[in-house]
Ligand binder design. Structure first.
Ligand SMILES: Cc1ncc(COP(=O)(O)O)c(C=O)c1O
Length: 398
């Protein structure tokens, strides 16, 4: 393999956007956020997140994985239960299901959303099914109208994995706000970050109390006895220091989300008219926006434009898919990216192919994972660097 040219600067796939505001809040938390002020930033962060998402409650956690574990446990998911989720996924969306002793059931995705196929979800329901986890992949949105109807009909819990979807919404309804609970990741690669971190959001008061208890080693709020657990719980708390970063990021959330959209649409423009190549679904966004005369295709620079169904994606990870016919494999493309000193990311491999599971032969999930990669996207990525990435993508097609 040819070594990357050290003179060509490296383009990372992700970097956080840290301004003087984040530094100031983190320094304040380090200097003053102790004793009676030890939870100030946590409380403020939870309030700003729940207000933004539109839920009654938010619980800041150490990761999205922890938030899902708490939420599933609070719903009583356990041995003998089945939980349906998409095969195209990050392992974190299934690990807590397995830890609780429940059985994951992997179904295929839709080719035009890369999210759960509602028809296949319904076909996979058995008498043991308890929940559906709807993952809004790369900031796309699941068809929640259909999933809600299915969950209501079969009396199932519908959970939203919005780990990658901060800012994605239907009109003013945010991803994460429609399920019995939703959860976010604030890992350093995400649009909003606290370094590591996550949150569970819900409007269900009872569930919220259960989650608080479970996240405090089973200690019920208001318990008079010190160090007294009422159930065996967990501890997935976010620290006040992390929450300080989160408060600053939430003050900038619209700017952070808008920038992701701007980066996506520049890639879309640079990679337009490339036969054999497609990108994240945009659900006729350009057409709808042009139709109402707001902006022309490709000039959507960052603002939260909605498609004809009222959706606006989060565009966390711009993704290119090489057609099956092109024969181009993601491993080859990623190796070429490495040689050019550009970090690419492999499209998620189906979970059912990975250790501990049985292959489910979900055709779309299996096919997409062979030919797709995620492109670099972060707040300070320059147009010059995006051009370099786009040129390299085009070279793969020659
Ligand atoms: C879809 C999805 N779910 C869950 C997670 C878990 O997030 P965390 O790393 O904060 O636990 C991730 C993380 O990238 C994710 O992409």
């Amino acid at each position: 393999m040819i070594a990357p040219d050290p003179k060509v600067s490296k383009i990372y796939y992700a970097k956080p956007s840290i301004t003087e505001l984040e530094v100031r809040y983190a320094a304040d938390a380090a200097a003053n956020g102790w004793g009676e002020h030890g939870s100030d930033y946590i409380n403020r962060f939870e309030k700003s997140l729940s207000e933004y998402v539109g839920t009654r409650h938010a619980v800041a956690t150490s990761s999205a994985t922890g938030a899902l574990h708490l939420g599933l446990a609070a719903l009583g998911i356990g041995p003998g239960d089945e939980v349906i989720l998409a095969d195209t996924n990050w392992i974190a969306s299934v690990a807590p299901v397995v830890h609780l002793g429940a059985t994951p059931v992997f179904v295929d995705i839709l080719p035009d959303t890369w999210c759960l196929d509602p028809a296949r979800v319904e076909a996979a329901i058995t008498s043991r099914t308890k929940a559906i986890i709807a993952v809004h992949l790369y900031g796309n949105l699941c068809d929640m109208d259909k999933l809600e109807a299915i969950a209501a009909k079969h009396k199932l819990f519908l959970i939203e994995d919005a780990a990658e979807a901060v800012g994605a919404r239907w009109g003013n309804r945010h991803a994460g706000s429609r399920g019995v609970f939703g959860f976010f990741s604030f890992h350093s690669a995400k649009t909003v970050t606290t370094g590591e971190g996550g949150a569970l959001v819900t409007s269900d008061d009872e569930l919220y109390e259960k989650v608080l208890t479970l996240n405090n080693h089973g200690r019920v709020r208001g318990e008079a006895r010190q160090f007294w657990g009422s159930v065996i719980g967990y501890k997935y708390k976010m620290s006040n220091l992390q929450a300080a970063l989160g408060c600053a990021q939430m003050e900038r959330v619209e700017e952070l989300v808008a920038r992701r959209r701007e980066i996506f649409f520049l890639y879309k423009e640079l990679l337009a008219d490339c036969p054999g190549l497609s990108m994240n679904p945009v659900a006729n966004l350009e057409q709808a926006v042009t139709a109402d005369g707001i902006a022309e295709s490709g000039k959507l620079r960052g603002s939260a434009k909605f498609d004809e169904t009222g959706q606006s994606f989060g565009y966390w990870m711009p993704t290119v898919i090489f057609s099956k016919e092109s024969g181009i494999k993601k491993e080859t493309v990623l190796a070429n990216f490495k040689n050019a000193n550009i970090e690419g990311r492999a499209f998620f491999s189906p979970l059912s192919l990975q250790a501990g599971f049985t292959p489910a032969h979900n055709e779309i999930s299996y096919d997409l994972s062979l030919h797709a990669i995620n492109l670099p996207s972060y707040h300070d990525l320059t147009a010059v660097d995006q051009n370099r990435v786009a040129q390299l993508v085009k070279e793969q097609l020659r």
